[in-house]
Design a protein around this ligand. Structure first.
Ligand code: NAI
Length: 265
């Protein structure tokens, strides 16, 4: 029997209890990886662990808030004791909408602490160990919003732009240690997060107006990019950002009348 693609490799995934992070974990589990999963929602973490173990993988859950340096240090050390971490998927993040003029200090810090500082904190703790072994791969979760601004999300947009430059700087500084670092920028993806933010009916209108592929993204559209960037096929790729947005950033969608004329000939 052929070996699975990530057989025995130790993959640490943050924010893996639901949404895109859970799907990434599921796909690595199917490929034989040993998983360490970090999340700050205890109940969801326990449920996700059971579901991933049912796929036959070894799964180690860690109740961890990625913005808490102490918790991160302890959890990364515990994961390293099980087996050296080969791959880090830095996915945990939060989002909510606030008009720029109304963003409070608490809201600004909450988003930046988790989405950017949290990502730095986990990445540094893991890469310090990878650097001793001169081997490792990191894939950071950015967003289309880190490249182009979305109205009402100044704090979130800034955090994701920060992730992109953190990724590139890490790639530069860690290349000589044989550690590759890349980022993924999804566009609009249907997940519990987007369902919580957007009112009913929003997605349909949004898709029609902005996404040339005429549908929202699915977690299954995004997870394979992380596996590609973590695998051997991408061995010469580092410091890059891959956008998966159904064409949203390719250009402006035509007005309905023009679209009808063009598509019916
Ligand atoms: P989600 O809310 O469905 O899942 C996020 C997971 O991260 C949850 O399990 C949550 O408990 C965990 N988490 C959040 N903060 C944490 C913390 N401080 N410590 C540990 N765990 C924490 O969200 P979704 O949609 O799956 O998003 C995952 C990532 O993808 C986020 O970084 C998000 O910004 C990014 N993203 C999402 C897009 C979307 O349209 N859903 C688009 C572009 C990027």
């Amino acid at each position: 029997m052929l070996d699975k693609k990530f057989s025995g490799r130790h993959v640490l995934i943050t924010g893996a209890a639901r949404g895109i992070g859970f799907e990434i974990a599921r796909q690595f589990a199917r490929e034989g990886a040993v998983l360490s999963i970090f999340d700050f929602n205890r109940e969801m973490l326990a449920k996700a662990t059971g579901e991933l173990q049912a796929l036959g993988s070894a799964v180690y859950p860690y109740f961890t808030d990625v913005s808490d340096f102490g918790m991160v240090t302890d959890s990364v050390s515990a994961a390293e004791e099980i087996q050296p971490v080969d791959i880090l998927i830095n996915n945990a993040g939060i989002a909510f909408e606030t008009p720029f003029l109304n963003i409070s200090e608490k809201e600004w810090k909450q988003i930046l602490d988790i989405n950017l500082t949290g990502m730095f904190c986990v990445a540094q703790a893991v890469c310090r160990n990878m650097s001793k072994r001169k081997k490792g791969v990191v894939v950071n979760m950015a967003s289309k919003n880190g490249v182009t601004a979305e109205f009402g999300y100044a704090h979130y947009n800034a955090s994701k732009a920060g992730v992109i430059l953190l990724t590139k700087t890490m790639a530069l500084e860690l290349a000589h240690l044989n550690i590759r670092v890349n980022a993924v920028c999804p566009g609009y993806i249907s997940t519990p997060m987007s369902m919580e933010i957007d009112p009913p009916g929003f997605t349909e209108n949004f898709v029609k107006q902005f996404i040339p592929m005429n549908r929202a993204g699915r977690v299954e559209d995004v997870a394979p990019i992380f596996l590609f960037l973590a695998g051997e096929e991408s061995g010469f790729i580092t410091g890059q950002v891959i956008i998966a947005d159904g064409g949203q950033m390719a250009g402006q969608r035509p007005a309905d009348e023009l679209l009808a004329k063009l598509t019916t000939g």
